[in-house]
Design a protein. Structure first.
Length: 77
């Protein structure tokens, strides 16, 4: 199984993606495959604050309270 990433790490990749940064750049800088970055983004879009992955759903989801009540990523806030 792959390594577990922190909520903060996931947020640090999804926020720039939502703000318009190219996934290719995020992938290159982080070493995380683009498919995983897109899964994290989809997880948030689908489940908001509770957004876990379908394979490993933890209490509070993979994003926990980092999403401040499910608000969209705070871009521009």
């Amino acid at each position: 199984m792959g390594e577990k990433r922190s909520v903060e790490f996931k947020v640090s990749l999804v926020r720039p993606l939502e703000a318009g940064e190219r996934v290719t750049d995020l992938e290159r800088e982080s070493g995380v495959f683009r498919s995983q970055i897109y899964r994290w983004r989809a997880s948030f879009a689908r489940d908001g604050e509770a957004g876990g992955s379908s394979s490993r759903r933890a209490v509070g989801g993979c994003f926990g309270s980092a999403w401040a009540g499910g608000a969209r990523l705070g871009v521009g806030a």
